[in-house]
Write a protein of this length. Structure first.
Length: 256
């Protein structure tokens, strides 16, 4: 029996089979969790329906996290399938493409800053708040994805680094707030992986090559490796861990 047997998990952020959320869904499915999925717009619906099908689920629900009404409706709709659930995976990040070109100040605007923080950080707390009545007192877990650019100035990551720093603080405040009702909140800081989101970062190829040359394991990581740690962090095996950022990066972050 898998270590997530009996758990119900809502997974956001599947955009393709290369998505980190795909790796997490795959590991959670293997470990026995029942899954439900969100898609951000009609264009993505078929792809997410297909993913759900792969993982033995027929629950796919719309949710663009830029829209308060869609966040609220998501849990009204989910409640028609499940009376409660145990795991929320937030695998969502976005900044306007031009903000990830050039140096930090080149394309910095109030609008770019706001959008990056809204979609990449605020959405975690907004989803956690709306999910709260369905997740409380079940030894549940919330998981998000962050990147080393939150704590180091990395060329090209620009305003996304600020948004990820906010996201990591968000993890700590949520963990503090939700701990008394037995919900844990953690982040995985993943090494660079070639996904659709990564394609928007001008320097991405260079970042990947640098990691492959210098990380202790002399390679980057896979969505399977991130998925396995995600499944662990959302299971009762990690019941003593909350408010943490766990690195799945082939050891890169500890280099001087
Ligand atoms: O190297 C990488 N790929 C890393 C990614 C290293 C470390 C962290 N991460 C983070 C990302 O910043 C993000 O938070 O992992 C998370 C997942 O990213 P991913 O798997 O690399 O990228 P992708 O497959 O593109 O999934 C991100 C998805 C969106 O995909 P697209 O490509 O359509 O932007 O985030 C979702 C969407 O599915 N998303 C939204 N979902 C709901 N509402 C929204 C939105 N407004 N915007 C984006």
């Amino acid at each position: 029996m898998g270590f997530l047997h009996g758990k119900r998990a809502l997974i956001t952020g599947i955009a393709s089979q290369r998505s980190i959320a795909w790796g997490i869904a795959n590991a959670m499915h293997r470990e026995g969790a029942q899954l439900a999925f969100t898609y951000p717009n009609d264009r993505m619906k078929d792809r997410v329906d297909e993913a759900a099908n792969t993982f033995g689920s027929n629950i796919t629900l719309p949710c663009d996290v830029a829209d308060d009404a869609q966040i609220e409706n998501l849990f009204v709709a989910l409640a028609k399938h499940w009376d409660g659930f145990d795991v929320l995976v937030h695998s969502i990040g976005f900044a306007p493409r031009e903000a990830l070109q050039g140096e930090f100040l080149d394309n910095l605007t109030r609008e770019n800053f706001t959008v990056a923080h809204d979609i990449s950080s605020y959405s975690l707390a907004a989803l956690a708040k709306a999910a709260r009545p369905m997740m409380a007192n079940r030894n549940g877990a919330i998981l998000t994805l962050t990147y080393l650019g939150a704590e180091r100035a990395l060329s090209g990551y620009n305003v996304m680094g600020l948004a990820k720093a906010s996201l990591e603080a968000n993890v700590r405040y949520l963990a503090f707030n939700l701990g008394p009702e037995t919900t844990r909140v953690n982040a995985i800081s993943a090494g660079p992986i070639k996904t659709l989101a990564a394609a928007g970062i001008a320097n991405f190829r260079k970042m990947l090559e640098h990691v492959e040359e210098h990380a202790p394991l002399r390679r980057s990581v896979t969505i399977e490796e991130v998925g396995n740690v995600g499944a662990f962090l959302c299971s009762d095996l990690s019941s003593g861990i909350t408010g943490e950022v766990i690195y799945v990066d082939a050891g890169y972050s500890m280099l001087g």
